[in-house]
Design a binder for this molecule. Structure first.
Ligand code: UDP
Length: 355
């Protein structure tokens, strides 16, 4: 059994399962920087945690949360707020390995949610913008939009369906059995640590990293089904700022609620993303030649992901809840986000380097 350091019991302790993930690692950094909370992190690896490792208020356990249930339960007991961030969130994998997605994203998180219920801990759970699926609304609303998924043979929707079920279960535990909870739904968060730009394999990472990888390696950029589908790209720092407000939960304002977290003003097509990225590469003298050689082509969704793929054409968040209740608005525009991502990968500049 793992031993937890006794920290300052006056301070709130936050447990982040999946602390080395894209959202997890940024969140640890932000919480250390902007709050006085004690943080416990658990993950299989620690490569994204940089200089937060070894900080006084951060206790990290490098282990497999799935195989160490008793330790995780101990960690839950030892905390005030739990964020179960461990999940596969890559569309290519929903189609290629849906059973793995189910086992990890559903089964293991249900266990953690039940631990929170049993030990009366607050859970802040990552739902997803994917739950809205192919909803035709102009902007997706947490309380009135319909959640629209394709047929079962379109395996892409397994992730959406899993998260919807978890949302419904948490909501039910909250309403009927007293679980203290908040659900949040990230809309296409982007940032330097999203996926490893150099180790990316074709069709295995999120669109922005895939495109940057292809430009770097002289491979054609592939627009799935022409690239006219749109996303609202949200810079990670804005996203985690909202999650911090949810964790702070001033006067209980986030209790029992759902929050979309996204940037509705930065809706761009995938084609536009490809063009802006190529143009941005031109601004880096050592990489401008790669931009000159970049080729953009079109591929069908079936060819790129497999027959189980189906796409959402638009995904715009309504963010009134986050604005009015949490006092949050996104600040970083699309071009600035891209510049920060390329500065990190091409110049080694890192906003999260040191506290
Ligand atoms: N996409 C693309 N080319 C790629 C990778 C992704 O055109 O090499 C498209 C994908 O079909 C989707 C959008 O980019 O419409 C965003 O994909 P991503 O994997 O980032 O996540 P999603 O927003 O679909 O969850």
């Amino acid at each position: 059994m793992i031993e937890f350091r006794t920290m300052n019991s006056e301070k709130k302790r936050i447990l982040i399962l999946g602390a080395n993930g894209f959202i997890g690692s940024s969140l640890v950094w932000k919480l250390l920087k902007e709050t006085d909370y004690e943080i416990t992190g658990v993950d299989l690896s620690d490569n994204k945690l940089g200089c937060v490792l070894g900080r006084e208020r951060f206790e990290f356990f490098k282990m497999d949360a799935i195989k160490n249930k008793a330790d995780i339960e101990e960690a839950v007991k030892n905390s005030d707020v739990v964020l179960p961030l461990i999940a596969v969130a890559t569309p290519a994998l929903y189609v290629k390995d849906p059973v793995r997605v189910y086992n990890l994203d559903f089964e293991s998180n249900v266990d953690v949610i039940r631990m929170c219920l049993k030990h009366k801990k607050r859970v802040v759970f990552p739902s997803t913008s994917e739950v809205y699926g192919m909803c035709p609304d102009e902007a997706f609303d947490e309380y009135s939009s319909t959640l629209v998924l394709g047929p079962i043979e379109k395996e892409r929707w397994i992730y959406s369906c899993i998260k919807q079920m978890l949302d419904r279960l948490i909501w039910a535990y909250g309403n009927h059995e007293g679980l203290q909870f908040t659900l949040f739904r990230p809309f296409n968060f982007i940032g330097p640590r999203l996926d490893d730009i150099r180790a990316t394999k074709e069709g295995s990472s999120r669109v922005i990293t895939q495109f940057a990888h292809n430009i770097l390696n002289g491979k054609p950029i592939k627009l799935v089904n022409g690239g006219l589908q749109k996303r609202c790209f949200t810079y990670i720092d804005d996203g985690v700022e909202c999650i911090v407000k949810i964790i702070q939960n001033k006067d209980g304002c986030a209790d029992g609620r759902i929050f979309n977290i996204g940037n509705p003003d930065e809706e761009h097509s995938v084609k536009e993303l490809a063009e802006v990225l190529v143009e941005s590469f031109r601004q880096y003298p050592d990489y401008a030649a790669l931009a000159e050689k970049a080729v953009i082509e079109t591929v069908s969704g079936d060819e790129y992901y497999g027959a189980g793929y189906q796409d959402a054409q638009r995904r715009v968040p309504s963010i009134g809840q986050a604005k009015n209740i949490l006092g949050w608005t996104p600040k970083t525009d699309f071009k600035t986000s891209i510049k920060k991502i390329l500065d990190y990968h091409l110049l080694g500049k890192d906003d999260e380097a040191c506290l």
